[in-house]
Design a protein around this ligand. Structure first.
Ligand SMILES: *Cc1c(COP(=O)(O)O)cnc(C)c1O
Length: 417
């Protein structure tokens, strides 16, 4: 969070005091630092210099057009999981030749659109999907570049909802069955089996699971090559975690790169083109959610700070029990109290933080919820008919709105009486 710092007791994002943003745009509001996002992307890019690679930012982590356009400008490719994300990636100026399409349930219409766009790689997850892809490719008159997303049976130790690489998960194809399926698919005229893919989970803090997965992918790719398949891409997916506690470092992108490079350099790895699909590790720490205190109250056993942001704005605490640091935007030197920070929604699960030591805040004061750039706005909803918050991008000492706050008209626009 190095670009979210307190200066003279006030929280800044880069060169902008966040109070200024709240005063001008209102709350709740998501605030992103362009510098943090760019730095993280460049770390990935640098870590694989000299090794053919494409960093395909995972659009689902934060699909804001402005953020996608910044990343496209740095040479990012994109990992998409729906027709909507394809639309966004192209609308933001993304290069179709750097798009990979993941997901366990792609529809025919989505695959047709991706074929028309001329994407880099389809990561197929079942033999049914491969057959449909082959039929659509024939209809479109162009070969479909494809990989199988294999399930390497690596345990990543993340939350059960975001851990995806074990045998019991719905994702991918068991790696022991992949070879036979590849050999069958290689005979299909309209498929070009060009890669081997996996994605083992999300918010993974150790590097070992990635190394283990890469070794398994390499081994499979080598076996397929010996069968005469022209496997060119190794797609290791995303999943590198971020630290949610200030003063604690998350996994280091440079170190991740060095350890993967060591495997690629020592095996026959350098003949492959590496694809990575990071989402959270690029945008997570680039964002905060600003909320204003509405009320404070004492329950029978707890204190509550009721703010104007809620689980519809930031679902992660309610969905995953995830921890996000909350601090006042002005570094208040008041007495510390223990409290839950909760939203206005009619659900007991509507909390942003529980049992936290915080300075005693008052109505009207501003709180920042940290490390919310990934899976924050993207998981937002209109639950309780709340308007989705605006999003702001800070660039040095300037800021601009990259998504307007919704209006009540927006809320009912698609409905008919
Ligand atoms: C979600 C997802 C990613 C991104 O995961 P992060 O944890 O945000 O890096 C990458 N690839 C696939 C297939 C995904 O489903």
């Amino acid at each position: 969070m190095s670009d979210f710092l307190y200066r003279r007791g006030r929280l800044y994002c880069e060169g902008v005091a966040v109070e200024r943003i709240a005063a001008s745009v209102g709350t709740p509001v998501y605030v992103y630092s362009r510098a943090v996002m760019e730095r993280n992307f460049r770390r990935y890019d640098r870590a694989f210099r000299g090794c053919p690679h494409t960093i395909c930012y995972s659009v689902k982590a934060n699909s804001s057009l402005a953020l996608l356009s910044v990343l496209a400008g740095l040479g990012a490719g994109f990992d998409i999981v729906s027709g909507g994300e394809l639309h966004r990636a192209l609308a933001a100026g993304g290069d179709p030749g750097r798009l990979v399409f993941s997901g366990v349930g792609k529809t025919a219409a989505e695959m047709e659109a991706a074929l028309r766009a001329g994407i880099l790689l389809f990561n197929a997850e079942s033999s049914g999907e491969l057959s449909l892809l082959a039929r659509l490719a024939r209809k479109a008159g162009r070969k479909a570049p494809a990989a199988l997303r294999v399930n390497p049976d690596v345990s990543a130790g993340a939350h059960p909802y975001i851990s995806t690489g074990l045998r019991q998960h719905k994702f991918g194809i068991d790696i022991s069955r992949a070879e036979a399926l590849y050999l069958k698919a290689a005979r299909a005229r309209w498929l070009q089996m060009a890669g081997v893919s996996c994605h083992i989970g999300s918010q993974i803090l150790a590097l070992e699971p990635f190394l283990e997965a890469l070794e398994k992918l390499l081994d499979l790719a080598e076996r397929l090559r010996r069968h005469g398949l022209a496997i060119r891409y190794l797609d290791l997916g995303g999943g590198l975690g971020v630290s949610h506690h200030s003063g604690e470092a998350g996994p280091d992108i440079g170190e991740y790169g060095r350890r993967l490079r060591r495997i690629l350099d020592s095996a026959s790895g350098l003949r492959y083109h590496l694809l990575l699909e990071p989402g959270r590790s690029i945008v997570g720490e680039a964002g905060i959610l600003l909320a204003r205190v509405l009320y404070t109250k004492r329950g029978a056993t707890k204190r509550f700070i009721i703010v104007d942001a809620a689980m519809n704005d930031l679902l992660r605490p309610a969905l995953y029990g995830s921890y996000h640091e909350v601090r006042p935007a002005a570094n208040l030197r008041r007495r510390q109290v223990e409290a839950d920070v909760v939203g206005p929604i009619c659900e007991s699960g509507d909390f942003l933080a529980q049992d936290r030591r915080l300075p005693e805040v008052r109505p009207g004061e501003l709180l920042a919820v940290f490390t919310t750039g990934a899976y924050g706005a993207a998981l937002g909803s209109n639950y309780n008919s709340r308007l989705r918050p605006p999003e702001v991008l800070v660039e040095g000492d300037r800021f601009r709105i990259i998504r307007e706050r919704e209006s009540y008209d927006d809320l009912v626009r698609l409905e008919r009486l």
